[in-house]
Design a binder for this molecule. Structure first.
Ligand SMILES: *[C@@H]1O[C@H](CO)[C@@H](O)[C@H](O)[C@H]1NC(C)=O
Ligand SMILES: *[C@@H]1O[C@H](CO)[C@@H](O)[C@H](O)[C@H]1NC(C)=O
Ligand SMILES: *[C@@H]1O[C@H](CO)[C@@H](O)[C@H](O)[C@H]1NC(C)=O
Ligand SMILES: *[C@@H]1O[C@H](CO)[C@@H](O)[C@H](O)[C@H]1NC(C)=O
Ligand SMILES: *[C@@H]1O[C@H](CO)[C@@H](O)[C@H](O)[C@H]1NC(C)=O
Length: 362
């Protein structure tokens, strides 16, 4: 019995002290009269959210406004860093849209109805922290003007862009990824050294446009070029001299008939995709190349001695995979290929068309 009461007393003392502690704390809080409104305002600001949108309480820097049939961009509170307004019916961007939104790091405006004529000049200028901008699947006819220099990734795929002019994009020196696939770009539309000013560009995608020649003035920083599904018919001699670090070239589905023998003599090139063209002449394969796609072309023979004119045992060729199906090859691939390319894992020979198959009576 004595034992229990000792504990009860101890517990009571503890509780009393706790209460005193709490009271002290409470009183401290009460006395600091000026601290209270400040904290209150701060908390209120962090959780502010446009009424049309959802801001997760656990991460109030993100504002989700996607799939809501919105016609205008909701008011963005100053603290919001990530704005998701994809899949709506927004046509216009005005300077007012982002008046207070100076903390924005990324904006997803993809799948809307944006029109260039309704994107106000300077609408994005204030966004001095913007890094990612998704504008794919809209009706833009031009790249918006005065985008902030901080921008690193710009997605403009599936729009109606027909020209790139130097004055709109040259200043974007932080851009690393520029996606312009599925637009209406023509050779004449790329003017005024539009691309060479992007000193940090690593990847440019221009697939499914209306290009008839390779894009001019690529910057020296480039690592990946994608120009699939255009109507490009040639690659000029020395074209890649300005982009010596390039790792990957994709030019599938074009009208290439021949390429200069040396044009891919690049010291870091690893992937080369030239499927679905009209190539018939072999070209030099650089030592670094690992994957080569030549399927759906017009090759009647693959002259391995031309692809690989000399064997350097100290620096063996890295090629591991060739795809060469759907050409007009007869007979098997020259066994010299395995001497020249000691790392070869697979030559995908697949089906071949007969040489006369697509050359009907003249
Ligand atoms: C910007 O902030 C001011 C002051 O808080 C507010 O009055 C105004 O409505 C805000 N504008 C927008 C477009 O959010
Ligand atoms: C932006 O929206 C597209 C859909 O168009 C989606 O694929 C992409 O993941 C979104 N990006 C972000 C960062 O949410
Ligand atoms: C190629 O581009 C055209 C438009 O130029 C598009 O309609 C077609 O779907 C694209 N094909 C592929 C395989 O991407
Ligand atoms: C490839 O380039 C190197 C140096 O850049 C040069 O020495 C070599 O002769 C070239 N090879 C061919 C086949 O042109
Ligand atoms: C490959 O091309 C070279 C140079 O044109 C030629 O001398 C050689 O006979 C060709 N080899 C084969 C197997 O056709």
């Amino acid at each position: 019995m004595g034992f229990t009461s000792t504990w009860t007393v101890l517990l009571l003392i503890l509780l009393t002290e706790l209460k005193v502690l709490c009271q002290d704390h409470y009183e401290d809080y009460e006395t600091e009269e000026e601290a209270l409104p400040d904290m209150y305002t701060y908390t209120f600001d962090v959780y502010e959210c446009a009424k049309e949108c959802f801001c997760p309480p656990s991460y109030p820097y993100a504002m989700y406004c996607d799939h809501r049939k919105l016609k205008t961009i909701p008011d963005v509170p100053g603290h919001v860093r990530h704005l998701y307004v994809q899949f709506n019916e927004i046509e216009a961007i005005t300077t007012k849209s982002f008046t207070n939104a100076t903390s924005l790091r990324d904006i997803n405006l993809s799948h809307n109805k944006l029109q260039s004529s309704l994107v106000e000049r300077g609408a994005f200028t204030k966004l001095q922290q913007l890094i990612y901008l998704h504008l794919e699947h809209n009706n833009l006819e031009e790249v918006p003007t005065s985008l902030p220099k901080t921008l690193q990734r710009l997605h403009l795929g599936f729009n109606k862009i027909s020209k790139l002019t130097g004055d709109t994009i040259r200043e974007l020196s932080s851009i690393t990824v520029l996606d312009l696939c599925s637009n209406r770009l023509t050779d004449a539309g790329i003017r005024g050294r539009a691309l060479s000013g992007m000193k940090n560009l690593l990847q440019i995608n221009m697939c499914s446009n209306k290009l008839r020649s390779m894009p001019p003035d690529l910057p020296g920083s480039l690592l990946q070029l994608s120009v699939e599904n255009n109507s490009i018919s040639s690659i000029p001699e020395g074209y890649f001299r300005k982009t010596p670090n390039i790792l990957s070239i994709r030019a599938t589905r074009n009208k290439l008939k021949a390429v200069p023998y040396n044009v891919f003599n690049l010291s870091r090139l690893m992937d080369l995709n030239l499927g679905h063209n009209q190539l018939s002449k072999t070209f030099f394969v650089p030592q670094s190349l690992e994957h080569l796609y030549l399927n759906h072309n017009d090759y009647k023979e693959l002259n391995v001695s031309l692809m690989c004119p000399s064997v350097d045992r100290d620096h063996p060729n890295m090629l591991t995979y060739i795809r060469i199906d759907n050409n007009k090859l007869r007979g098997s691939v020259d066994y010299h290929a395995y001497t020249c390319f000691p790392r070869m894992r697979m030559i995908f020979y697949g089906e071949q068309q007969r040489a006369d198959e697509d050359e009907p009576s003249k």
